[in-house]
Design a protein around this ligand. Structure first.
Ligand code: TA6
Length: 296
């Protein structure tokens, strides 16, 4: 059995022999669907998400680079839109590699996408004049979905950047969710005057939640999303020291034109792996790699 694969001019889909499948929009290299062998969608995408390249996708896994949020007092990125340009740029599909060592149950497929200063829209280059290249890889196995990014500084001056994978995980009922693995981690509470607090016990979502755990406990320390005591997602990070937990809740969901249905916040939680507190500096010629693996 083969890994099936189709590459339209706007999206790439790969299907494993087990039936697990993933779809990536070339716009933003945004993962817009991850389904298991039973056809169950694991990511949340708004019914009103724009998939035509007119704006960043509301859902799936938008890629945040080179700035998280906006940084008006950081000269190099101060002209960039919220969350940078990666999620609303057209990426190139660089190719796929698949492996099936012993049989279908350990098949996997890796899809590579590229964005660089050579392919970046001129208007954006004017806002962020650095020579760089990004390779974003999406790897699907019957047990997991991984996304990794390699940032290379191809220029002659240091680059300061932030990076984050803005993952919208689909859940049945947010009121039944607990997030563990962040205990004792310091976090910035963006819904409470950006106060720094320390996480005690599991995280539950009972209202608008917007927290930057920085650093989240050890990189290999899994963040686990459980629903009524059953683990539904496990997120392990590699070289991404921070985790953002976000749920817009009623009011913020009502305020986003591309957030539908309006009570859809009850079916999603964003667990976002990244390096967003302060800046990662990449010297000329150096490369940075960060990755997440989401197991369901
Ligand atoms: O990741 C959390 C966050 O930074 C929130 O503060 C909220 O702004 C969210 O991202 C969505 O941002 P967006 O630009 O996609 O509407």
């Amino acid at each position: 059995p083969q890994v099936n694969f189709s590459h339209g001019n706007s999206r790439v889909t790969a299907v494993l022999p087990t039936g697990d499948n993933v779809t990536i929009l070339l716009y933003g290299a945004t993962v817009i669907s991850w389904k298991n062998r039973f056809g169950t969608e694991k990511l949340w995408v708004s019914d009103a998400a724009k998939l035509d390249g007119s704006k960043a996708v509301r859902g799936g896994i938008p890629l945040v680079f080179p700035v998280f949020g906006t940084s008006p007092d950081h000269a190099a990125t101060s002209k960039l839109p919220q969350h940078g340009f990666a999620r609303n740029s057209r990426w190139e599909f660089l190719g796929k590699s698949s492996s099936e060592s012993a049989g279908p149950s350990d098949s996997s497929v890796k899809l590579d996408f590229g964005l660089s200063s050579a392919t970046l829209d001129d208007s954006v280059k004017g806002q962020w004049p650095f020579t760089f290249s990004l390779i974003y890889s999406v790897t699907l196995t019957p047990e997991s979905l991984s996304t990794s990014i390699v940032v290379t500084n191809d220029g002659d001056k240091p680059i300061e950047f932030q990076v984050l994978m803005h993952t919208y995980l689909r859940v049945d009922d947010i009121s039944k969710i607990q997030v563990t693995g962040l205990e004792d981690s310091p976090y910035v509470d963006k819904v409470d005057a950006a106060k720094t607090k320390s996480q005690s016990g599991a995280v539950t979502i009972t209202g608008e939640t917007d927290r930057v755990y920085t650093p989240a406990k050890g990189p290999s320390h899994a963040v686990v999303v459980s629903e009524e005591g059953e683990e539904v997602f496990t997120v392990v990070r590699d070289n991404l020291k921070d985790v953002v937990v976000w749920n817009p809740w009623t009011e913020k969901a009502a305020g986003m034109g591309d957030f539908e249905p309006k009570d859809g916040f009850k079916q999603m939680i964003c667990i976002e792996a990244g390096a967003v507190n302060g800046w990662t500096t990449l010297d000329a010629g150096d490369a940075f790699e960060g990755a997440q693996t989401i197991s369901d």
